[in-house]
Design a binder for this molecule. Structure first.
Ligand code: NAD
Length: 253
């Protein structure tokens, strides 16, 4: 098992990629803190892990709240004794709003969840990981964090910021034994589109312009969870401060 004896905190772990990461990490021997804002779904993922012989603890967490983020990290330490792996995966889309239409409300909400959330969790995790002399941080970015028009302006800016955070933390704390990497998925079949009820027609047309270049169907979230497992495990021990793109070749054209 790749993560035997490790403790992992995963945000957005009640659905989509985060859920598959939680299930896979537990299968690989990790004790998992399942952190998500969706209480019913947290309970269900925790039950699924514990009933199949794994070890999980749920913490209902809104990553925009400092006290929730603190509780999520504290749970790893208090219940499982340490924090080896932090996955900042919770994120939302932005109704594909282009520059002329984005509202302050949308901008601030997307930034708060997608950017400030990971920063808060990293800020809390680093002292613990530094003291241990090891730790792994994985951020779910997006191809939208590498290219200009895979979503609206707020989501695009937020995922570019996640890439910046990843490189900053990876370099600055690498010497202390902490690795920080990001995954940039292409389209993945999850629930993230469910909230996209008012997609902006101009924005969606622009964001979808390159979709025909994506090879095949949207990925299964399991295909991203396996990348997270690689980054969480010692198999990737010399990989730090970088972004692993998992888009089936979409962005290679
Ligand atoms: P999803 O909607 O299936 O899962 C996201 C989870 O995050 C949900 O369980 C949701 O409850 C949780 N969440 C939302 N706001 C939260 C908050 N404030 N605090 C705590 N939890 C919160 O979506 P997904 O596609 O699995 O998304 C996971 C990550 O992948 C996101 O960061 C997303 O931006 C990124 N991503 C998704 C795709 C895609 O095509 N699905 C592509 C690239 C990147």
């Amino acid at each position: 098992m790749k993560l035997q004896g490790k403790t992992a905190v995963i945000t957005g772990a009640a659905s989509g990629m985060g859920k598959e990461m939680a299930l896979l990490f537990a299968q690989e021997g990790a004790q998992v803190v399942v952190a998500d804002i969706n209480e019913a779904a947290v309970t269900s993922v925790v039950e699924e892990i514990n009933s199949s012989g794994g070890q999980a603890k749920g913490v209902v967490t809104n990553v925009t709240k400092e006290e929730d983020v603190a509780r999520m990290i504290d749970t790893a330490v208090n219940d499982f004794g340490k924090l080896d792996i932090l996955v900042n995966n919770a994120g939302i889309m932005d109704q594909m709003l282009p520059a002329e239409s984005v509202t302050d409300e949308m901008w601030n909400r997307v930034m708060d969840i997608n950017v400030t959330g990971p920063m808060r969790a990293i800020r809390k995790a680093i002292p613990l990981m530094s003291k241990q002399g090891h730790g792994v941080i994985i951020n779910t970015a997006s191809v939208g964090g590498l290219f200009g028009s895979r979503a609206g302006i707020a989501y695009t800016a937020s995922k570019h910021a996640v890439v910046g955070i990843t490189k900053n933390v990876g370099f600055q704390y690498g010497k202390l034994g902490i690795r920080c990497n990001a995954i940039a998925p292409g389209a993945v079949a999850t629930n993230i589109g469910a909230g996209m009820t008012h997609a902006d027609p101009f924005g969606i047309e622009q964001a979808m312009a390159g979709m025909s270049l994506q090879r095949g169907e949207a990925a299964d979230p399991k295909q991203i969870a396996s990348v997270a497992l690689f980054l969480a495990s010692d198999d990737s021990s010399f990989i730090n401060g970088t972004v692993v793109t998992a888009d089936g070749g979409w962005s290679a054209y």
